[in-house]
Ligand binder design. Structure first.
Ligand SMILES: [Zn+2]
Length: 240
């Protein structure tokens, strides 16, 4: 009798234990599905980082404050005077327009034209020109208040001398996309390595963020040549 009660209790206890374990299994499996699966599904490749902006990935260095721009369209006026001879007018304007086409996803359209800037600049006109002095040793520089974007002929010349087989139009595309981003209200630089608005390392030695650090050294330039999903998302947040 005692044995049968004990046995019954044991069987009931066993059932409860199994049910309890199974409920926890279910919860654990549910947890794995909800929390782990998305992590596993997150593509760690550079191409995916360019296309996707995951929750929490937008972050900036503390080197500026983003500000909405007072226009909904931009005219980029390209002045080819002083350009390195291997960068034709058509090539540079194509690169400007390609960057502008991606930036337009932010809700600000843009068009590009060639020529000097003979008149007083309108509010939404940005002049792109070649000028070593104004670039101040950088490959490109932006004077936001004066609405001027400068490219450095000498830095591109040095790049070509150092690496004659490298297609420097990629670097020009990246430089244009980056500097143009400052005219879409993105004043601060991105901490995310792949963003076109990024820089890789702060003065205090802090590194940019990346989904998979091992990927960083697999390419010559991890930064995208064109605006990424996070660049665009930040632009939208600033301007809308
Ligand atoms: Zn910059």
């Amino acid at each position: 009798m005692n044995y049968s009660i004990s046995k019954k209790w044991f069987v009931m206890f066993g059932k409860c234990l199994i049910q309890f374990i199974c409920h926890w299994c279910a919860l654990i499996l549910f947890g794995l599905t909800v929390f782990v699966k998305p992590l596993l599904a997150l593509d760690l490749s550079r191409a995916a980082e360019i296309k996707e902006c995951a929750v929490g990935e937008i972050s900036t260095w503390t080197d500026g404050v983003d500000k909405a721009v007072p226009y909904t369209s931009i005219n980029f006026l390209y002045n080819p005077t002083g350009a390195p001879p291997w960068f034709s007018e058509n090539l540079v304007t194509d690169l400007i327009q390609q960057a502008a086409n991606i930036w337009s996803a932010c809700g600000i359209s843009a068009q590009t034209s060639i020529g000097n800037q003979p008149h007083y600049l309108l509010n939404n006109e940005i002049v792109i020109s070649w000028n070593d002095a104004k670039s101040q040793g950088n490959i490109g520089a932006s004077d936001i208040s004066q609405r001027r974007l400068y490219l450095s002929p000498s830095v591109f010349k040095t790049l070509r001398e150092m690496r004659p087989t490298y297609d420097s139009s990629y670097t020009l595309q990246m430089t244009l996309s980056h500097e143009m981003g400052h005219f879409y209200g993105l004043v601060a630089h991105s901490k995310r390595c792949v963003d076109v608005l990024s820089y890789y390392k702060s003065n205090s030695g802090d590194l940019c963020t990346i989904r998979d650090r091992a990927e960083f050294s697999k390419v010559i330039e991890y930064r995208s040549a064109l605006p990424t999903a996070c660049d665009i998302e930040r632009c939208k947040r600033v301007n809308h």
